[in-house]
Design a protein around this ligand. Structure first.
Ligand SMILES: [Zn+2]
Ligand SMILES: [Zn+2]
Length: 260
């Protein structure tokens, strides 16, 4: 079976490395990965202010064209060696569905290779980026309660699992339980999220799950997203899982699942 890395970033990610997209493709070829999907963070919807201090969560709108063009060039260049595809990692942000849908409609070809993820949750005092840093997460958890962070995430993920963008909805649901990223450091006594319920909804929507191996590299988590029991539950419900590294640098392509 052809191996796939379905979740890879690029130099257009302002919080990643500057390595060229071609370096990721070369690494995929070296590791025997047959399909490489670039899923750069789509520009955040107009009117939404990036809550992280550096405002670098997503690519700039003016780079979208160059990104897609380079993806298309690499697809031609490596045809027969690596099947290069180019999509986006799109944020599900409640209240910005219209803007997000418009972006997907304007890039429907790339939408078909995209991932829908939740990185931002809505709290009483504004938006919060849940995977930015362990310190920020812990600080916020002390402020509003870690249970509340989990609950807000669970609600957003449940909405995302319902395929809110219809025809142009990304076919893959990103790192389902990203909220667990810092749980070796801080976690609620009992997990309030109904993971099985979310999986059932994702299955009914016909999603593929991002089997994201970046979690193995995170010191406060060290598991895949989803973690083994959720992955098993997903398979029981008929969901397909697609391996992804979430590489932000070329050497991480295939990390955790490809042979060296
Ligand atoms: Zn992500
Ligand atoms: Zn990613």
């Amino acid at each position: 079976m052809t191996s796939i890395d379905g979740h890879v970033h690029s130099p257009y990610c302002p919080h990643g490395t500057g390595a060229a997209m071609e370096e990721y493709v070369k690494e995929a070829e070296r590791k025997g990965i047959g399909i490489l999907v670039f899923t750069e963070h789509a520009p955040l919807p107009e009117g939404f202010t990036d809550p992280v201090p550096e405002k670098d969560s997503a690519m700039k709108p003016e780079n979208v064209r160059a990104y897609l063009e380079e993806g298309a060039r690499l697809r031609r260049e490596y045809a027969g060696r690596v099947d290069v595809r180019c999509g986006f990692e799109v944020d599900y942000i409640e209240g910005y569905e219209e803007e997000t849908r418009r972006f997907l409609e304007n890039h429907s070809e790339a939408a078909a290779h995209s991932i829908l993820s939740v990185h931002f949750i809505k709290l009483p005092d504004g938006w919060f980026c849940l995977d930015y840093s362990a310190d920020a997460f812990e600080e916020k958890a002390e402020e509003v309660g870690v249970e509340h962070l989990y609950e807000a995430y669970g609600l957003a993920m449940e909405r995302a699992a319902g395929k809110p963008f219809g025809e142009v909805n990304p076919p893959v649901l990103g790192h389902l339980n990203l909220i667990h990223k810092f749980r070796r450091r801080i976690r609620p006594k009992t997990d309030p999220v109904n993971w099985t319920g979310i999986l059932e909804k994702a299955a009914a929507s016909g999603y593929v799950l991002d089997f994201n191996h970046a979690g193995l590299r995170k010191p406060d988590y060290r598991e895949t997203y989803p973690e083994p029991w959720i992955a098993e539950e997903a398979e029981r419900l008929g969901l397909k899982l697609q391996t992804g590294s979430d590489a932000h640098s070329p050497e991480d392509v295939g990390s955790g699942f490809a042979k060296e």
